[in-house]
Design a protein around this ligand. Sequence first.
Ligand code: C2E
Ligand code: MG
Ligand code: MG
Length: 403
Amino acid sequence: MKILILDDDPFVLKLLSIQLRSLGLRRRGFFELVPCERGHLAVALLEAGHEDVGMILCDLQMPEMDGVEFVRHLVRVGYQGGVVLVSGEDERVLMSAQRVAKAHGLKVLGALQKPVTPEHLRQVLDEALLDNPAVASRPDQTAYEPDELRRAIDGGELVNYYQPKVELASGEVCGMEALVRWRHPVDGLVMPDRFIGLAEECGLIEGIARVVLPAALRQGRQWHDAGHMVDVAVNVSMGTLCSLDFPDFVAEQAQQVGFPLAQLMLEITESQLMTDPRSQLDILTRLRLKQVRLSVDDFGTGYSCMAQLRDLPFDELKVDRGFVHRAAIDPSLRAILEASLGLARQLGLKTVAEGVEDQEDWDLLRTTGCDLAQGYLVSRPMPGADVAVWIKRWESRRVELVT
Ligand code: C2E
Ligand code: MG
Ligand code: MG
């Protein structure tokens, strides 16, 4: 499969080509780059039947044919691959161009702000991988072996991405949730759904927590040093909560990097495995005594039950994304969402809605009294190094969302 790069600036063409190559195209299922300086030429190429173009990186601002016009041509020629919009214009222009392309039914893989960083480009490629059926059906979609995962944990292949939690009333950024990814040497970025279950089954989940947590605390300290006083949230499977020394480990790590425990939130997800409820209660209570806050994750999915809420010292409840996205147009989702929020309120818990994907989700939540929102509308999970820049951009976007 080929990647077509369309930009009127030859320097940008060269730069993007170098960046794409250095990311290792071949093992991501792409084999050739086709640089192009003019929209008409690109259209002609596609019309001539170069149907093996699987991805197009397209600049928005071009003298003869701009990106939006080009998108129209893509629809006309029946282009089926992915599209990435690239622009030096401000974020809102980029977003609305993205909406145009989506409204035309094109597969929009992402939007890149110039200057394009290698990390952003890598994210987009990873997305393309997930979206591409030819690539997705590769044999590596099969399960990983415990040994391979163990080596990855020890070898530093796990990296944290971060997704913001923002206040619905003010738009203020309150926290960052660490979401682990496996930077696999061959398969690229592997999502947690593909290895957390395995880790739980073969006793590696605690090993993951012992990598993710220190990294998140270090990152949190860096944000604090830069003046962003956000909380940091880390996911913890119930399965991790077997070692009675876990609270001491958490406290030591936080002390080592100088991150305040009161700004750490642990999101507890219940694993399918039955573990010892007595030690869980012991561990969670001791964490709470150390000022760490606790959140019940994925509320409403059945794994997290009423008995947990009754027995455990939680501070926050996260309504599962399955009851959030589309709740404005689906009365049964909305009923469950509102009941969950009501329950949390009566128990004195802060509420977070996950999976806030569009404006309708956001607008509904603002009427429900839910405290915080998290989801693609606000931001996708991103590498820690991108957060400071994201916060700066969010400052201008949030005004629009809260007025
Ligand atoms: P979670 O803690 O409920 O995290 C939210 C998941 O929803 C994340 O997927 C996130 O990328 C995704 N998400 C966020 N916003 C949206 C949205 O608007 N729409 C949709 N459709 N999805 C959204 P991710 O990163 O793949 O993580 C999946 C799950 O893996 C997490 O669910 C969490 O249970 C688990 N996990 C992630 N990192 C860790 C970890 O370090 N330790 C443990 N034990 N579990 C982890
Ligand atoms: Mg979570
Ligand atoms: Mg969740």
